[in-house]
Ligand binder design. Structure first.
Ligand SMILES: [Fe+2]
Length: 178
């Protein structure tokens, strides 16, 4: 890089911008990949993701929140223990800060419903009291995510959400310094 030129960087930048649609395509492919993970839950992780996003949409959430709900567990494709942070970093340049936080800390809120069975503190959410995104994160965890294991629920298909994913990932709103 120390011998690179302005012209080369202009070329790299324009090609990177032109290739941006691959981000949404890759993420949609990852969502499909979640269908291979069930791990004892009543639904596979793709169905859980579709159901979480559908519940958010039917409850009037905006597009960034719906897409983040769809992707909140996509990190499980890589590593379950740190999956919230993996998903949060994926959405971070494309959504407002409260939506990033909703994904990043969703496990702390969800713990209320099962951490006691794993010998962990079910009240981890209290560490986030006072954050401007607390209410959104609580709504996400309690009303949409933790309920989204119902095999009888009729979710929207991934095709339904595809245009939203394409729009949200069309252009990063922040690139560095966050
Ligand atoms: Fe989830």
């Amino acid at each position: 890089m120390d011998v690179s030129t302005r012209d080369q960087w202009m070329d790299i930048a324009s090609r990177t911008v032109a290739a941006q649609p691959r981000v949404a395509l890759q993420l949609l492919s990852m969502i499909r990949g979640l269908s291979s993970i069930t791990d004892g839950f009543s639904l596979d992780q793709m169905e859980h993701s579709l159901q979480t996003a559908t519940r958010a949409e039917r409850d009037g959430a905006d597009e960034q929140v719906i897409v983040a709900a769809l992707l909140h567990d996509v990190g499980k494709l890589i590593s379950v223990p740190n999956h919230p942070r993996i998903a949060a970093e994926i959405v971070r340049p494309y959504v407002r800060d409260e939506v990033y936080a909703m994904v990043a800390y969703h496990q702390d809120f969800q713990g209320r419903w099962y951490y006691e069975y794993l010998g962990m503190d079910p009240n981890l959410r209290v560490r986030h009291v006072g954050q401007p995104w607390y209410e959104l994160a609580e709504r996400f965890a309690d009303v949409w995510d933790q309920k989204a294991f119902d095999p009888e629920y009729r979710s929207e298909t991934l095709d339904h959400f595809e245009p939203m994913v394409v729009r949200v990932f069309a252009k990063p709103t922040k690139i560095a310094g966050y």
